[in-house]
Design a protein around this ligand. Structure first.
Ligand SMILES: [Zn+2]
Length: 537
């Protein structure tokens, strides 16, 4: 009897300890935090802009100088890692994006926090593009709280490029699924470096002009959609910022939508994947061997991703043509990624030169808001409870996240906190027999149709990474399946089926409330019908 009592008591203590542990991991680290900004621009004027690029490459990992002789090491179960770097210290960086236990073996190219600060005299907006798989909202809040007051930032957007060739920052790709893959020192280092990047860009503020351009026809190159309906976010959109006095380029924002994972799953060298080559080309030019084929524009290039859910990828089976050599790359390699960067860069540079709309005076209209999303995904719940995912719950399985919309002259921008299925942005949400929920398309009309201006940038993985944002009428985990005899990949990396309609309605409202927004066009319905017609064919 006594033994039973002791066991019972011990179990009770264990359960209480586990509950406390889970509660502690789920608790809100930023109680009361919220954003609710609604700012209208004053009279158009010459704005100020500043750029900065700061590396976030793990500090104590030397650049790899011996790629050709790289004796690749993929740790196996039971291996010890202590000696991996010969210093008796466990400092392995687990590469995020494909599987667990992929230890980085060196650095191919630096990872960056690249910042653009824009100031219209009334609002100071900072946009940081970071070469990581994703950044959860609590880390964004931490960084905002670290910004010095004198930086005067009205609103900070941090967007992840989603490179699948950089160390884990979300926790899901560690030594085992039950161990976070985040190197904590590196995480703290990134926070400081992002702050430094913002401060440097702020200190570099100069009177500036803008050159907006876009190429909505040629961006399909090297893109694959791995799930029906085959809707892409293939447009290439550029915002080139020049010095108002010297006309020199201060920096360029480039938005496209694709997973930076062309190097695929076997690569063990830290890299930002195709954004690295694309940025190099836009800044320094396109080279064939030693000869310059097209001049770069200089300044600091930022790459931001659009709607990449669904998902948008340069699959390992896809061909990439070298724009100069009579060579086609299929096997993932740095040559393949370079060819991709060159191809995209040539399109981007030509488009910027030929089609830009110059804007000399403008102002910033801004609407930004935090809100809650239910966390329904059971695996994510467990990951959050055991501390692998930094979820920062505001209530029982409710997660705080954020979205924003802003406009500058003829350009408008929306930011969403994860990997949006492109049909939500561009149209083409379907509701087909076999779907899990008997609902019509919820996320219509397409968000891009509700945006204003000629240049409509959609920026994903912004201020959070909530995973896939799947139209509710396309949610498909139960039999019968819509397209084939097994479910598609996607739902297991989503917060849940309510994510898309809730986020859509928030963004819809923000777009309606964006100061300076003209009444919405009645053409949206017609546009949707056209897209649906196109899909049926
Ligand atoms: Zn992804």
């Amino acid at each position: 009897m006594k033994i039973l009592k002791i066991i019972g008591f011990s179990l009770l203590v264990l359960i209480i300890a586990l509950c406390f542990y889970g509660y502690n991991n789920l608790r809100d680290r930023h109680p009361g935090y919220s954003v609710d900004l609604k700012i209208e621009s004053k009279e158009p004027r010459v704005m100020h802009a500043g750029f900065a690029a700061v590396t976030i490459t793990p500090e104590y990992m030397d650049p790899w100088n011996d790629v050709d002789n790289n004796a690749r090491y993929e740790p196996r179960k039971g291996d010890t890692y202590e000696d991996l770097n010969g210093n008796g210290k466990f400092d392995t960086y687990w590469i995020a994006g494909f599987g667990n236990r992929v230890a980085a073996q060196g650095v191919h190219d630096d990872l960056w926090a690249r910042t653009m600060v824009l100031d219209d005299g009334n609002t100071r907006l900072a946009l940081v593009a970071v070469d990581v798989i994703g950044m959860f909202h609590p880390m964004v809040i931490d960084i905002r709280k670290m910004l010095p007051e004198e930086a005067g930032i009205t609103y900070l957007v941090i967007t992840s490029t989603h490179t699948h060739e950089a160390p884990d920052l979300l926790g899901l790709w560690g030594e085992s699924p039950l161990k976070s893959g985040v190197n904590k020192e590196w995480k703290e280092y990134i926070k400081k470096r992002v702050v430094q990047s913002v401060v440097e860009a702020m200190e570099a503020l100069r009177p500036a002009h803008f050159r907006f351009s876009q190429n909505l026809t040629e961006g399909m190159v090297t893109l694959k959609d791995t799930r029906e309906p085959y809707i892409f976010d293939e447009g290439l959109r550029m915002m080139q910022v020049t010095d108002a006095e010297t006309s020199q380029t201060l920096g360029t924002l480039i938005q496209w939508a694709n997973h930076p994972e062309t190097l695929w799953s076997k690569n063990l060298l830290i890299s930002s994947d195709f954004p690295h080559y694309l940025r190099e080309v836009v800044e320094k030019g396109v080279y064939h061997g030693d000869s310059l084929v097209r001049k770069g524009v200089g300044g600091v290039a930022l790459y931001v991703n659009g709607a990449i859910g669904g998902l948008m990828t340069t699959h390992a089976s896809m061909e990439v043509h070298d724009p100069f050599l009579d060579t086609v790359y299929v096997e993932p390699s740095f040559d393949k990624v370079r060819a991709q960067g060159d191809t995209l860069g040539l399109i981007v540079l030509r488009t910027m030169e030929e089609k830009a709309v110059e804007v000399r005076e403008a102002g910033i209209n801004l609407r930004a808001k935090t809100f809650e999303l239910p966390l329904k995904n059971r695996l994510f719940r467990i990951a959050a409870a055991i501390g692998i995912m930094d979820a920062d719950m505001t209530g029982w399985m409710k997660k705080r996240t954020e979205a924003a919309v802003w406009s500058i002259g003829p350009a408008s921008f929306i930011t969403f906190p994860g990997e949006l299925y492109p049909e939500i942005l561009n149209g083409g949400v379907v509701a087909l027999p076999g779907r899990d929920f008997p609902v019509d398309p919820q996320e219509t009309p397409p968000l891009r149709d509700l945006m204003q201006g000629e240049f409509r940038f959609g920026i994903g993985l912004a201020n959070d990474e909530i995973g896939y944002i799947i139209p509710k009428s396309q949610w498909d985990v139960k039999k019968p399946y819509v397209y084939r005899d097994k479910p598609y990949y996607g739902e297991q990396n989503s917060l849940g089926p309510e994510t898309a309609p809730l986020l859509y309605s928030e963004l819809h409202q923000l777009l309606e409330e964006l100061p300076g927004t003209p009444l919405l066009s009645s053409k949206t319905e017609q546009f949707r019908d056209e897209v649906l017609e196109r899909i049926k064919k």
